[in-house]
Ligand binder design. Structure first.
Ligand code: TYD
Ligand code: MG
Length: 457
């Protein structure tokens, strides 16, 4: 009998190795490698006549791209527009989607709401490994969801789930969560990387073969990455992350990988006592501000996927009691803040070396775009000088190391969104200067940071 093949897999990042080693060379973690048995690929029968030696499989016909029929890829809308937007327009049959998020983010709620609606249009099966069917049924009842179509099953054994696919023939399968699913063929514990990887692969394969939409729930580790992210990433077609913090009413759904659409799409939900509600006009929420304008605050427009979003950036600059003043960024990139402060010193002539600098994006949004640079610097200067910026001012633009203001994509659309929400003044990069400003808006186009700071607003 042939020796069973094994590999060593890091339980933190999922990298695999032929030999055991003390430290994972990819993520640097110690003692995280464990041995897993690889399941042998089954050979698919005899070689057709006239085929060159060494290949025993069925030869797939090769065709030019234009011959391939792509029209049949139809999307199934989930009935929740924000969810659809992040998915790139709806669910694609035969695709595997991973929904990640920390515990309590609302993953089960989101999927339950979507599935109850979808179940009337296609046979759906919800496999729960964490909550009991009673708990889920009670929740569905409380949320007044249609109860008569969705099938529910409490199961964690992947072989049993596959058997259920034969019995129930669903077109939509939810597995909540992939971390509790185990296979009897593997000796390692449920939740270990090898179990997660093998079970996800098995389920994905079954989904592809049967044209099922597979939705996997995945928990996020403390550092914010999905457990065993690398192992799942290449298998699934789409990975979305539901984010929340404890004190937050709003949940953001963000696409991380999507084979069928754009990433960086953002869906916004509010968690209410009646489950997750879609937020159709997010800018209005993130802009809820008090009457009085305080220093250190300015509104900017971020471009999230295919739409602009207005968010408020806040900065607080204060005398530091510490020898090594703090620089803290919430919702923004920490390193970028340090870099921007250096640019401010060098090209704006403002010394904040002895000050604590805190920066925050209101509403718990995470802004990963460089278009926030100019807004952040203006907020910092405003706080430092204790001089409020006008309430009706909107700012965006990237700041380069030479103090130049660089253009950002979709400048026109950003300005239009700001105008729609009643902003009447804007500071934008020269490269984004519109030929005609939106009606009622005064646009200042600047080429350097010094120019922006010199504006009399
Ligand atoms: P849940 O979907 O169970 O989270 P996950 O599956 O991601 O762990 O959501 C749990 C949280 O959502 C819980 O803390 C309570 C809150 N919640 C509401 O506020 N209202 C509701 O109607 C529901 C169903 C949940
Ligand atoms: Mg859950």
């Amino acid at each position: 009998m042939a020796k069973a093949k094994t590999a060593f897999v890091c339980s933190d990042c999922g990298s695999d190795y032929h030999k055991w080693q003390g430290q994972c060379s990819d993520c640097g973690a110690w003692n995280t490698l464990s041995e897993i048995r690889l399941t042998a690929a089954k050979s698919s029968g005899r070689a057709p006549a006239g085929r060159s030696q060494g290949f025993a499989g069925e030869l797939a016909p090769a065709r030019v791209l234009s011959e391939i029929d792509v029209s049949e890829v139809q999307r199934i809308p989930t009935g929740m527009a924000e969810f659809d937007r992040v998915l790139g327009g709806g669910l694609v049959p035969g695709s595997a989607i991973l929904l990640g998020g920390n515990p309590g983010a609302g993953k089960s709620t989101l999927l339950l709401q979507a599935c109850c609606q979808l179940a009337s249009r296609m046979p759906a099966l919800y496999v729960t490994g964490e909550e009991s069917p009673q708990q889920i049924a009670m929740r569905a009842q409380r949320l007044s969801l249609p109860l008569d179509q969705l099938k529910l099953m409490a199961e964690t054994n992947v072989e049993a789930i596959l058997a259920a696919l034969d019995t129930h023939q669903p077109k939509l399968l939810v597995v909540d969560s992939i971390q509790v699913v185990y296979s009897e063929e593997l000796s390692s514990a449920p939740g270990s990387v090898s179990q997660v990887r093998d079970c996800a692969a098995t389920l994905t394969r079954a989904a592809k073969q049967r044209g099922i939409v597979l939705l996997l729930v995945g928990h996020v580790t403390k550092d914010g990455s999905l457990a065993g992210p690398k192992v799942l990433e290449h298998m699934i077609d789409c990975s979305v992350l539901l984010e929340s913090s404890d004190d937050q009413r709003f949940r953001t759904l963000r696409g991380q990988k999507n084979r069928f659409g754009a990433v960086n799409e953002l869906g916004i939900f509010a968690m209410t006592e009646l489950g997750l509600r879609e937020v159709r006009n997010p800018s209005a929420i993130f802009l809820e501000r008090g009457e009085k304008q305080s220093s250190g605050s300015v509104v900017m427009v971020v471009w999230e996927g295919t739409r602009p979003l207005l968010v408020e950036i806040q900065a607080l600059v204060d005398d530091s009691p510490l020898g090594n003043p703090r620089r803290l960024a919430v919702g923004l990139e920490q390193n970028r803040l340090a870099m921007l402060l250096a640019i401010l010193h060098r090209h704006g002539g403002l010394q904040v070396g002895d000050q604590d600098v805190f920066a925050n994006v209101v509403g718990g949004v995470r802004v990963l775009e460089t278009s926030v640079d100019l807004a952040l610097l203006l907020a910092i200067v405003s706080s430092f000088r204790d001089r409020p910026l006008p309430r009706d001012l909107v700012v965006f633009g990237e700041v380069g190391l030479a103090g130049e203001i660089r253009p950002v994509p979709s400048g026109q659309e950003r300005l239009a969104e700001a105008a729609k929400h009643g902003f009447t003044r804007a500071i934008v990069p020269k490269g984004n200067a519109p030929k005609t400003s939106p009606p009622g808006m005064q646009v200042h186009a600047v080429a350097t940071l010094a120019e922006a700071l010199a504006l009399d607003l």
